[in-house]
Structure formats: structure tokens, C-alpha cells
Ligand binder design. Structure first.
Ligand SMILES: [Zn+2]
Length: 479
């Protein structure tokens, strides 16, 4: 059997977080929450005689993304009409950019299994979103709140050779958009949508076989599932002597399968032509330079800095910088006086564990960065041991109370009173003569048994260092 490899390109549609729409002053609202058709006007509902006006903020955001993706920002821009009919597109065309996009020829570096791969960015262009149809049995509802919301379409080269690379690319791109503050990254609100172009070919060949395009993938997870399924489907088609047909496909999240929507239109079918209502848009170099100078620190730069400045491992630094909100949490804890490695351990360990368990986003975590630092200080000071600290952390996560308050209320402070511990050690030695004999006979591994006995009696609150030393002294005296 021939071995195959996939060839994947992604188109990502990102809603831009502007206050108003792309070509009118209607506010951009959360289309999953707002009452239908409450943020519409004659322009975005395509009343005759109205004229679109370009949203400067949307252009600025698009330039930011273009720069972050190492693209050329093109001086000469044309908005074109992309003609197609759909009930949620009342104009009968979408205003988009075709021959003269805003940004082109960039790249995005991704890391997969410890290796860096460079994925080409063909272009990034501005367009407007359509409204939303809701199908209800024999009739359909149209909500135009989303009609005219600025969208940035980011098109990659077909440079991805595995589903893992497609996923890494999507996550990295999402992180950059959130870092730039141009998209909030919440895929449940439909602000980030994916289209995957997929073909397969025999491993080692450089031919490009017929591709299919899967539309409307509303999350990275859906993109991954659809891509995996489609790759397997195409391999099966070729292997059974058939031929993959060029087509547009949908993905059914229930069945996990792709299905044919229609045979592919060529771009000519859209009858692109320059929108006569919008003059060409010239972008001045000085404006681009200004925007470039104001770009925030992006994930790659932040990761490098975490490695050099805080001496974190590359793995920790990657985990802490992938999500902007996590990186901010981490840095706030350092600002509060936390030790870089200790904070990294708590965030990537216990915090992530509880966040996953309870499905809590970092924005909703009740433990403030300063409270985490307070907990770490209690461990450093020997007030609580690391086992107790995890319980305290869980309680903080639950209630939002401070570490010291929880330790105080629940009487969790570590027992470091040597007199009290010595009495306990004596008692345990007396109660386990066989183990003591074996220990003295050379079974030194039994030390953990003895310490475990003390921990059980003290509900884990004994100072393990002191207890170990006490046992050593006692056993030495018995030799
Ligand atoms: Zn409007």
C-alpha cells in the first residue's frame, strides 16, 4: 500500500474587535447574545442609495495583523464586489479585497514536536461578514446584526503536512490575534472560523493532487477532526482506484464526517469587480511605521524573554506564553514578588489542573497572582509543607480566600516544634520494632515508612526535614 501525506492550507476568518462595522457606524455586538436585527442601518441592510465608508480602525487592526505575520503591507488597496446570493447577504455581493489585498507574502513560524516550521502566509485581506440564517423547519430567520462586521481573511500557503501542524498554526495565529487585541479568540462566539484546503499525495512526491475545501469550521477542534477525517477519506478514494473530486464540503460535528456541499466554483463565478462606491485605499508608509512601533510584545518574543530573563525551560516558557491571559497572570505574580520558577511550577501544575478540572478560564480564577505569591512564601518560610500547600491552593481556588487565612482557619500550619515531633518519633519507633530492626540491618529504604507514619499522625503537617533528622539521630543512637 502506498503511504500518503496530507497537504493542508488554511483560511482563517477573524472578526475584528472594532466598535463599529466595516462600512457603517452600527455597533459590533456579540451576535450570540444581542436581540436579532437591533444593530442594523440602511447601509448594512443594503438599502438603495446608501454608500459605504471604510472603517479606519479595521484597517489599522488589519495592518497590525499583517505586520505580526511578517507580511508586506500594500500601499494600493482595492475593495471589490464578490457576487453571490444568500438571504443573509442582502446586497447580493460581499465587499472584499481580491486583486489588491492589504497584506501579502508573510509567514508564521510554528513549533511541532520541538521543531520549528515556517508556514507561508499568502495574503490577509479585509472584508465584511454576512448576517446569519437560522433554519427552523419549513422557514428560516435572518439576523443582520453580523452583516457588515469587519473580517480579516488570512490565507496560508499549502505548507502544512500534518494535522498537528494545522493545529499548531491555528493556535499560534489565534494567540497572535489575541495578543494584538484585535480578536478576543472566543470560538464559541464564532469570532474565528476556519476553512481547510486538503489534498493527499504519496510520501516523498511533490505533486499537488486535487484538493477539497471544508468550510465553516467553527473551532480548532472541529478543524482538527474534519481534517483528520478528510485525509483518511481521500486516501481511501485513491487507494480504491477512484479519484478525489474538487469540491466544497461541510463537516457534521455530530457524525464527525465531511460531506459534499457543491462542486467548486472558480473565482470567476463570483464576478469580482472593483466596488465603484469605494475609491482605492492608499496606505501611507508613515502610518504603517507608526503602527509597527506600537505593536505589543508577541508570543515568540515573550517566550524568548521568559527563557533568558527568568531562566525558564523552553517548554515552560511556551506553555506560559501561548495564552495572553496566562502570560499576564504569570507576570503579575512576578510583579508581586514571586520567584519565576516557583510561580511557573504552580501555574503549569496545580493551577492548570484545577482550571481543566472545573473548566474555569484564567480570567475567572479566584486566586489572584498576589495570593499565589503569598502561598509560595508560606511554603518557603516552612509554615506549611508542599503537600499541605496543594490542599490550601485547592481551597483558595474554590473560595478565593487568602493562603494565610486558610492556613490559620483550618489549623494547617506545619508542625516544626522539635519537642512535639520527637515524642511522636519515639512513639513510632517503639510501636514498630520489626521495621526498626530491619532498618538497622541495612534496609534504609524503610525511612519513608517511618516518615509516612508521622505524616499520617499529623495529617501531613509535620516538617519532613525535622522528622527525617530526628529519626536519623534516634537510629544512630540505637546502632
Ligand atoms: Zn449599519
Amino acid at each position: 500500500m502506498t503511504e500518503y501525506e496530507p497537504v493542508i492550507g488554511l483560511e482563517v476568518h477573524a472578526e475584528l474587535l472594532t466598535h463599529s462595522k466595516m462600512f457603517c457606524s452600527c455597533p459590533v455586538v456579540d451576535s450570540t447574545q444581542a436581540e436579532p436585527n437591533t444593530t442594523i442601518c440602511p447601509v448594512c441592510t443594503a438599502q438603495p442609495g446608501t454608500l459605504p465608508v471604510i472603517n479606519r480602525q479595521a484597517v489599522e487592526y488589519a495592518i497590525k495583523v499583517g505586520l505580526a505575520l511578517n507580511c508586506t503591507i500594500n500601499e494600493f488597496n482595492v475593495f471589490a464586489r464578490k457576487s453571490y446570493f444568500y438571504p443573509d447577504l442582502p446586497k447580493g455581493y460581499q465587499i472584499s479585497q481580491y486583486e489588491y489585498p492589504l497584506a501579502s507574502d508573510g509567514y508564521l513560524d510554528i513549533e511541532v514536536e520541538g521543531e520549528t516550521r515556517r508556514i507561508g502566509i499568502t495574503r490577509a485581506h479585509l472584508e465584511e461578514d454576512a448576517g446569519k440564517n437560522t433554519h427552523m423547519g419549513s422557514y428560516s430567520l435572518v439576523d443582520l446584526n453580523r452583516a457588515g462586521v469587519p473580517l480579516l481573511e488570512i490565507v496560508s500557503e499549502p505548507d502544512m503536512q500534518s494535522v498537528e501542524e494545522a493545529e499548531a498554526y491555528s493556535r499560534k495565529l489565534r494567540a497572535i490575534l489575541v495578543y494584538l487585541g484585535v480578536n478576543h479568540g472566543d470560538m464559541s462566539k464564532g469570532v474565528l472560523r476556519f476553512e481547510a484546503n486538503i489534498s493527499v499525495r504519496p510520501v516523498g512526491s511533490d505533486e499537488l493532487r486535487t484538493r477539497t475545501e471544508i468550510k465553516n469550521l467553527n473551532s480548532i477542534r472541529a478543524m482538527v477532526r474534519a481534517t483528520e477525517y478528510e485525509i483518511a477519506r481521500q486516501i481511501e478514494v485513491w487507494e480504491s482506484g477512484g479519484e478525489v473530486r474538487q469540491q466544497t464540503m461541510g463537516f457534521n460535528e455530530e457524525t464527525g464526517k465531511t460531506y459534499t456541499q457543491r462542486l467548486k466554483e472558480d473565482s470567476d463565478d463570483y464576478r469580482y469587480f472593483p466596488d465603484p462606491d469605494l475609491p482605492p485605499l492608499y496606505i501611507e508608509r508613515e502610518w504603517v511605521d507608526e503602527i509597527e512601533a506600537s505593536l505589543p510584545e508577541l508570543p515568540d518574543a515573550k517566550r524568548e524573554r521568559f527563557v533568558t530573563e527568568f531562566k525558564l525551560s523552553s517548554q515552560d516558557a511556551t506553555i506560559l506564553t501561548t495564552d495572553k491571559a496566562i502570560a499576564e497572570y504569570y507576570e503579575a505574580a512576578l510583579d508581586a514578588g514571586g520567584d519565576p520558577q516557583a510561580v511557573a511550577n504552580w501555574v503549569t501544575g496545580e493551577l492548570f489542573k484545577l482550571m481543566n478540572q472545573d473548566e474555569v478560564a484564567v480570567e475567572d480564577v479566584k486566586i489572584t497572582p498576589a495570593a499565589l505569591v503569598e502561598l509560595i512564601e508560606l511554603v518557603d518560610a516552612g509554615t506549611i509543607n508542599s503537600t499541605t500547600a496543594k490542599d490550601v491552593f485547592a481551597a483558595m481556588f474554590e473560595s478565593g480566600e487568602g493562603a494565610a487565612a486558610i492556613v490559620e482557619d483550618r489549623g494547617l500550619a506545619q508542625i516544626s516544634d522539635t519537642g512535639e515531633l520527637e515524642a511522636l518519633v519515639d512513639r513510632i519507633i517503639a510501636a514498630n520494632p520489626d521495621e526498626v530492626e530491619r532498618y538497622l540491618g541495612g534496609k534504609e529504604g524503610l525511612m519513608s515508612f517511618f516518615i509516612g507514619q508521622v505524616m499520617r499522625e499529623t495529617r501531613g503537617q509535620a516538617n519532613a526535614g525535622i522528622v527525617t533528622q530526628l529519626f536519623r539521630d534516634k537510629f544512630d543512637a540505637l546502632r
